[in-house]
Design a protein around this ligand. Sequence first.
Ligand code: SF4
Ligand code: NI
Ligand code: NI
Length: 709
Amino acid sequence: KQICELAYQGASTAVGLAEKLLTEAIEKHGAEAPVKYPDTAYKLPIVTALSGEDITTLGEIVPVLQRIKANNLRPEPELGNALLSGEATLYAGEIIEALRYVGNDQPDEAPYTGFLPDRILRKCGVPLVDGTIPGVAVITGKAKDAKAGAALVKDLQSKGILVMLVNDIIEQCIAENIKVGLDYLTLPLGKFTQIVHAVNFAARAGLAFGGVPKGERERMLEYQKNRVPAFVIALGELDAVTVAIGAGALFMGFPIVTDQALPPELQIPGLLEPQPDYDKIVKLALELRNIKLKIVDIPVPITVGPAFEGETIRKKEAWVEFGGGRSPGFELVRMADADHVEDGKIEVVGPEIDEMPEGSVFPLGIIVDIYGRKMQEDFEGVLERRIHYFINYGEGLWHVAQRDLCWLRISKGAKEAGFKIRHFGELLIAKFKSDYPAIVDRVQVTLITDAQVIDEKIKIAREKYQARDARLKGLTDESVDTFYSCTLCQSFAPNHVCIVSPERVGLCGAVSWLDAKASNEITPTGPNQPITKGECLDEAKGMWKNLNDFLYTSSNRTLEEVNLYTLMDKPMTSCGCFEAIMAVLPLTNGVMITTREHSGDTPCGMSFSTLAGTCGGGVQTPGFMGIGRRYVVSSKFIPADGGLGRIVWMPKELKEYLKDELAERAVQLGLGADFVDKIADETVGITEEEILPFLEERQHPALKMDPLM
Ligand code: SF4
Ligand code: NI
Ligand code: NI
């Protein structure tokens, strides 16, 4: 009961404050003044999600706030009313925060992030659905002491949980040298009402991935409860406003653990529970949210978890570095016979780290020999690419590129913590065995730091790469009779199905046909199912009967037909985590592509995030489609619409990224090596009118093609 009263009080305070600030803002800027968060397609996401108003000006907020005040603030001490108070607090918080962005795109100073743009949400899409990020923790308040708070965050980091921090815990973490920022999956949102940025992030997951229409409050709440694995850890004293915000979390279905000793009458079993013992807080929170972790014990002296994947180690922070053109380096995964692999064996050929002086450069060869009854040669490349992630997960380890281009650093901190070259082996063995138990039975790792030996072994590796590339070249949509489905994203986008063919990577860019094949071998009942193509219904557009049947069933009967080779007619659906989006530009008779990395406007009149808002959630939207970056250079890139020659605009960033392959493809297609220079980018213009003269002047081939629409 007391909780209800507190929530009511806190909500009233929050709504009152929102009202006051709104009135002031209208006096100062006028009711017509625009209000928006930077880089989002969802206006004020909490409002968009729960009641559906498209707020674009200050004046439009007034009736929303009035309604909330009239409907949601009810003093009678009932749980239902407390939740309504919570909802009111979320609205108030969202409004207060949005006001800070009036006339200022960046009201927060580092390290505070404030509003999290859609780009971050989409980036987290795949790791969230595949369990690399098993959950989202929102920690608010002040820990009993900085050390205890830091330990809590560190524990969550090592478990791969996305952490959002609000209030004093941020300074506590920084004081304890906890690494924060997106690179560490640890986001210091800010203070007080900035906690709503965690909630509007979750709300956008429902809008962007879940395909929940705006304003459908009940469906949104159901989505949050069932699909968003978020929980709150509230540290320190609970005042009325904190309780009201907590009620907001409960309203969204996020359970709360507090370090305060709550008397039983203040607890809500399963939703609001106390745990004063800091060592047990995370465990309880995970239980309440029903998050199960794969526990892997890796015998290395550094923390290992996806939180450290994005960590960069600059040259001056490195104890030693390998490869990257400065010394020979390579990595190779080989399939081997049972009697050639001694499980768990690690051999270091050449000097250990103790013999490497500070700031030195050494060669490094990493050979991973794998035996597995179900291992196939085709999986070597798939597994080899994992090396990059596994090593990067290590705190103080840095890895870029792959094969004989790989480049690694070990930080001074890791060296101090006792990290040895042989620990690369421990790390890889543990991760390969835990992540791929179905295809990996035995693993042995050889690490070569000797300059003579590496020269001889790198030749073996290069032969392997060549053989693999040759095989990959022969893998075309025609050469196989089976494609794979990917429904991994259904945990967020319940009706979305990707169809992955040898020449079309999943739109997240992370799942190729070989990946899907390997993953099916690993988990036969998992998200990647083989589909025999069966009867071809339309060769040009790429429609097969069996694919349609599969799609119908696994899209929960929302989609009947799909074409693989066109953008214009029953194209593949999008979930939300696409790397890039294509859109038709009618005036130019071509298509444009923009990427998650490019935040600017584009000739279709929308930025990436706005565009993304129009084509997610597992529905077909002819003329728009989410794609993986590499699909652009595939020979099955929208062949029914004219292929590569249709592209009239892409950001410079993507041009740069695909440079050589674009030129190569253009030559193959007879478009000429200079075709890339005929594609406009943001330096040419960001409207159709601006780029048209450029295309005409350069005689872009799309201008002469059949009309697209
Ligand atoms: Fe999601 Fe498609 Fe990528 Fe699978 S291939 S993870 S369904 S985007
Ligand atoms: Ni790292
Ligand atoms: Ni997805």
